[in-house]
Design a protein around this ligand. Structure first.
Ligand code: HEM
Length: 395
């Protein structure tokens, strides 16, 4: 069995925190309310929290149409981007574009890891910036103008990287956001007027998938969702995998895919999905109605003691024989589950394979808890990658 020393200490300890800090930290609040047995309860905030796999699948799968059909991904400031056919087109086209890029660029990954991570790298930013470098042409094609490129780079630096939002005053964030929306909407209008061929980048994907009726501002927001998912979520998931392997000696020998799955289980980057009931009904014994907010919490489901052995420990080997129907929804469930799940898993597995097989990894952790923003990002840490042949016993 692999070592899992210290893993339990990674879980936030809400019981020891004050009420004010619980209000600031919804993850800790929900953790404090969860008694380890329930599938669902009404939280002190009044929202319903779902952590049982069956109830979660009923909410997200929505087979009986008892919830308003939506996903968090397509929420915009003005509502939900639609119609559904456009959502599906955009998801499929984005996945196809990413897959083509990842297939074509697979051989570049070892060099990218060497350039970006050797000998020392600062995380979690290193993960986001590595992913951004690898998919740069997918985010914006080579013909994109310098101002457009600067705006997209600015979004990564000011909004995607963990803690980036806290480094800028609210007024400065607002001014920058207006500029981003103005520049992206102008580019979307220009591309629409020029007529799209085969999508060359994710902006083309939203322009052609959104159709002529879509508002440029809404398309800009969907583009930003794709940017966050690709550079933010994938980078954070890589960060968690590197952090966990680096702080649990012996686990680097596990299959890279098990490491990625176990990292996504303990620290699901997308940790809460919200839905609205469309009518009154009974969900797991609780009466819910259209006025309720229902939160499916993958973070607590993935650590549910009734569904996982040693739920708080990092044990990649558990995935050697995965449970038939695991309480595991890192990419959601049902019709709105993640369009990028398979490409994401392929890229993460390749990167973890390179980092653990070609290099000797050591991690110096500055903290062990998550950085809670729109996504569950890893804490700051330093990774050192050294040549395996440099140390005694190296291959
Ligand atoms: C670690 C990386 C990622 C994670 C953890 C993640 C997670 C998720 C989750 C949980 C959902 C469902 C949200 C809900 O039901 O409310 C979702 C939806 C979605 N994701 Fe991802 N995602 C990731 C990467 C990506 C990438 C790289 C893409 C780009 C293709 C992508 C595109 C989408 C789309 C288009 C949807 C909406 C699906 C629909 O409503 O039809 N995701 N993602």
């Amino acid at each position: 069995m692999e070592s899992s020393t210290g893993a339990a200490a990674e879980r936030p300890a809400p019981g020891r925190r004050g009420a004010a800090s619980l209000r600031r930290d919804p993850l800790a609040l929900l953790g404090a309310e969860f008694d380890g047995t329930r599938d669902m309860w009404r939280s002190a905030s009044g929202r319903l929290c779902v952590v049982g796999p069956e109830a979660a699948r009923a909410v997200l799968g929505n087979r009986r149409g008892m919830f308003v059909e939506t996903s968090d991904f397509f929420h915009t400031r003005t509502g939900v981007f639609g119609p559904r056919a456009a959502q599906i087109d955009i998801g499929r086209a984005a996945r196809a574009l990413l897959r083509r890029r990842l297939d074509a660029g697979r051989a570049e990954l070892p060099g990218l890891v060497r350039d970006r991570l050797v000998p020392v790298s600062d995380w979690p930013d290193a993960g986001n910036l590595l992913v951004r470098a690898h998919v740069a042409d997918v985010l914006l094609g080579p013909d994109a103008s310098v101002p457009l490129r600067q705006v997209v780079d600015g979004v990564v630096d000011r909004a995607v990287l963990a803690g980036a939002r806290d480094r800028h005053a609210a007024a400065s964030r607002l001014v920058f956001r207006r500029k981003v929306m103005r520049v992206l909407a102008a580019e979307i209008r220009a591309r629409r007027a020029a007529g799209a061929d085969e999508p060359r980048d994710l902006l083309d994907v939203v322009v052609s998938g959104g159709g002529p009726a879509a508002r440029p501002g809404d398309l800009a927001e969907v583009y930003l969702s794709l940017l966050f998912a690709t550079v933010g979520s994938v980078g954070f998931a890589l960060g968690w995998a590197v952090h966990l392997v680096g702080t649990h000696p012996g686990t680097e020998a596990a299959e890279p895919e098990w490491i990625v799955r176990e990292a996504l289980r303990l620290w699901p980057v997308a940790w809460l999905f919200t839905r609205k009931p469309s009518g009154a009904h009974d969900l797991a014994g609780v009466a819910v109605g259209p006025r309720d907010d229902v939160d499916v919490c993958s973070y607590l489901m993935h650590r549910h003691p009734l569904h996982w052995d040693r739920p708080d420990e990092f044990v990649p080997r558990r995935w050697a024989a995965p449970p038939h129907d695991p309480a595991f929804i890192p990419f959601g469930y049902g019709p709105h589950s993640c369009a990028g799940a398979t490409v994401t898993m392929a890229l993460l597995t390749d990167l973890v394979h390179i980092i653990t097989r070609e290099w000797r990894l050591t991690v110096t952790a500055a903290g062990s808890g998550p950085h809670l923003g729109p996504a569950l990002a890893p804490p700051r840490f330093t990774a050192r990658l050294s040549d395996r042949t440099d140390s005694p016993g190296g291959r």
